[in-house]
Each structure stands twice: as structure tokens, then as C-alpha cells.
Design a protein around this ligand. Structure first.
Ligand code: BTN
Length: 326
């Protein structure tokens, strides 16, 4: 834990009682002057910290910025996801940053957030709008012991964890649209981009990129997206605390990753199906130039969608765009 993380953790634990500079300095084994310097640094980042002779230091408010130390201090112990968190003010795409870390041999579980992305990308070669401080734009590095065909399990797990994280933070109950869109009231609020590097029968690493539209107002969406996209702020009618949401999501993702690693995909798939608006519906799937119609029946053991076509065949679908048949 860095000094900043330790200070923030101590300030949180002390609450309104505050914590004395001497106590912090003893706990951390650094001088009171050094503590003061760190407090000043945290203040410059927007943390409102009161210093009084009686109460010592008190944390009054935290800024709407993502701060790696703060996220780590709130996340607590997770098994894998979020053991290492890095925050960038701006990047091309957080998936690119993770890819570089993966090639450098960094351990699985590292999470990279960016306050904004200049080249955010979505599925099927689409652009992903990522304006500063309006959402959560982040990616996770995983090195699972899975065959490449079973990687869809991770996307299913990621969608389930993301669903629970959003529900826990906002009280809203989103729906999941196959394979990994999160919708509220039929409009998309979050999406997942899974990228992998694999050999023939072995996954080298998987990058799970997530984009959540948190505090965008309706007017901030381009006109072509207004009918199909929404944000948590629009749906709840109030600003949503991004740092708390991020922590909720990472905790839920860590739980689901453990379930996948211990072979409990079925439990994850059942939960996913319960909240999925695609299963048991007649759908149209566009895959490039190909269009298939049928009834979405269930997931198979790898996480692919099983579609009963109009001709009665069962097709295994692993990509494409789904729309519900009217
Ligand atoms: C989709 O629904 O099409 C997937 C969107 C994924 C967007 C996220 S934002 C963080 C990460 N970096 C990217 O460039 N894309 C993903």
C-alpha cells in the first residue's frame, strides 16, 4: 500500500473523529512533515481534508476523479482483479495500454482506467465515445487457464459482474443483451470489448475492456445515439459516484472470475440467463453480410449462444449483432 492509500484508509476509518498527525506519522513510520506534504498533495488532487489542532485531519469530501490509491483503499482484498490499479488522465484506448502491459509480462488482475480515451473502440470495429470524467473506461488483464474457445465464458462472466456492480451502486435493474451489452429501459448503458492473444489451444492473455456511461447528460450523446444509448445519471436522475461504482464493479468481477477459474461457469451462466433479454426470444443476428433468424435458446458450455433457426437447426453463435424480432 502506498503512503497515500494508507492515509486515505486511516482518514476513512477515523470518520468525523479525525486522526492526529502524530498517529499517522507513527503508523506509517514517516515524519509529521512528510505526512503534511502528502496531505497537501491529496488536497491538490481535490480531496477536502480539514486540519485542526483538536481533531487532527478529517476527510470532508473526495473529488470526482479516479485516483488509483483511493480505488485500492476502497476495494479492499480481492483475489485477482484490482490487485494493481493504474489511472491515466488520457490514453488512446485502455485496451492498448493493457496489451502493452501483457506483452511486458505484467501479472493478471491489473486494471487500467482512463479519464478519457482518444481512440476508444467498441465491438465490430465501432468507435466508443469516452469523454473526460463522464464514465468508467477501463480494461483488465487476465491470464486464465482456458482454451481459446472457452474465452466467451469470460465475457459472460464480465457482463454478469458488471450487471451486479451497476445494480448494487444505483439500485437499477439493468438487462443483459447477448453477448455483453448492458441496457436500461432498452437503451445501452455499458458495453464490453474482449480481446485475446492465444496459441492454437492455449490462451496467452485476455483483455476485458469495459465502458460505462455514468454521468453523461442526454445532450452529450451525439444525435444518432440518443435513441439507443443512455447513462446512469439520466436513468437515476442524479450524478453517480464513479469511484464507488468502479469499486463495486471490480469486486463483482473478481467474484465471477473466481467462479470461472474454479469451473463454476454454469452458475454464472444461470445468473446471466436470468437477466438476459435475448434468451427465449425470437431474434435476428447480423454477422457481417450474413443474417440469421431464430429463437435464442440458451448458452452452451463455452458461453456461445445456441440459436434454433427457422429451419429447426441449432446454430452456435459466437459473434454478431442481435436485435429482438418485433
Ligand atoms: C461495445 O459495446 O461495443 C464495447 C465497448 C467497450 C468500450 C471500452 S471503454 C474501455 C475499453 N477501451 C476501449 O477502447 N474499449 C473498451
Amino acid at each position: 500500500m502506498t503512503i497515500d492509500t494508507q492515509i486515505l484508509t486511516a482518514l476513512r476509518a477515523a470518520g468525523d473523529n479525525g486522526v492526529a498527525g502524530t498517529e499517522l506519522s507513527q503508523k506509517m513510520g514517516i515524519s509529521r512533515a512528510a505526512i503534511w506534504a502528502r496531505i497537501e498533495e491529496l488536497r491538490s488532487l481535490g480531496y477536502e481534508i480539514e486540519a485542526s489542532p483538536h481533531l487532527g485531519y478529517r476527510l470532508l469530501s473526495v473529488p470526482d476523479v479516479l485516483h488509483a490509491d483511493d480505488l485500492l483503499s476502497n476495494l479492499g482484498q480481492t483475489k485477482v482483479i484490482g490487485r494493481d490499479i493504474r489511472v491515466f488522465e488520457e490514453t488512446t484506448s485502455t485496451n492498448d495500454v493493457i496489451e502493452k502491459l501483457a506483452r511486458d509480462g505484467v501479472k493478471e488482475g491489473v486494471v487500467v482506467f482512463a479519464e478519457s480515451q482518444t481512440k476508444g473502440r467498441g465491438r465490430l470495429g465501432r468507435k466508443w465515445m469516452s469523454p473526460p470524467r463522464r464514465g468508467l473506461w477501463f480494461s483488465i488483464l487476465l491470464r486464465p487457464q482456458l482454451s481459446p474457445t472457452a474465452v466467451t465464458q469470460l465475457t459472460i462472466a464480465a457482463a454478469t459482474g458488471l450487471f451486479r456492480g451497476i445494480r448494487a451502486q444505483t439500485g437499477l435493474t439493468p438487462e443483459i443483451k447477448w453477448p455483453n451489452d448492458i441496457l436500461i429501459g432498452g437503451k445501452k448503458v455499458a458495453g464490453i470489448l474482449t480481446e485475446l492473444s492465444a496459441e492454437l489451444d492455449k490462451v496467452k492473455y485476455v483483455i476485458i475492456g469495459m465502458g460505462v456511461d455514468v454521468n453523461l447528460s442526454a445532450g452529450e450523446f451525439p444525435p444518432e445515439l440518443r435513441k439507443i444509448a443512455t447513462s446512469l445519471k439520466i436513468e437515476t436522475g442524479q450524478r453517480v459516484n464513479r469511484a464507488e461504482l468502479a469499486v463495486n464493479i471490480l469486486q463483482e468481477l473478481d467474484r465471477d472470475y473466481q467462479r470461472i477459474c474454479s469451473g463454476k461457469f454454469e452458475a454464472v451462466a444461470n445468473e446471466w440467463e436470468e437477466h438476459c433479454s435475448t434468451i427465449r426470444h425470437n431474434v435476428i443476428i447480423h454477422m457481417g453480410d450474413r443474417k440469421i433468424q431464430g429463437r435464442a435458446e440458451s448458452l452452451d458450455t463455452d458461453g456461445a449462444l445456441l440459436l434454433r433457426t427457422q429451419h429447426g437447426h441449432l446454430e452456435r453463435i459466437i459473434g454478431g449483432d442481435v436485435t429482438l424480432e418485433k
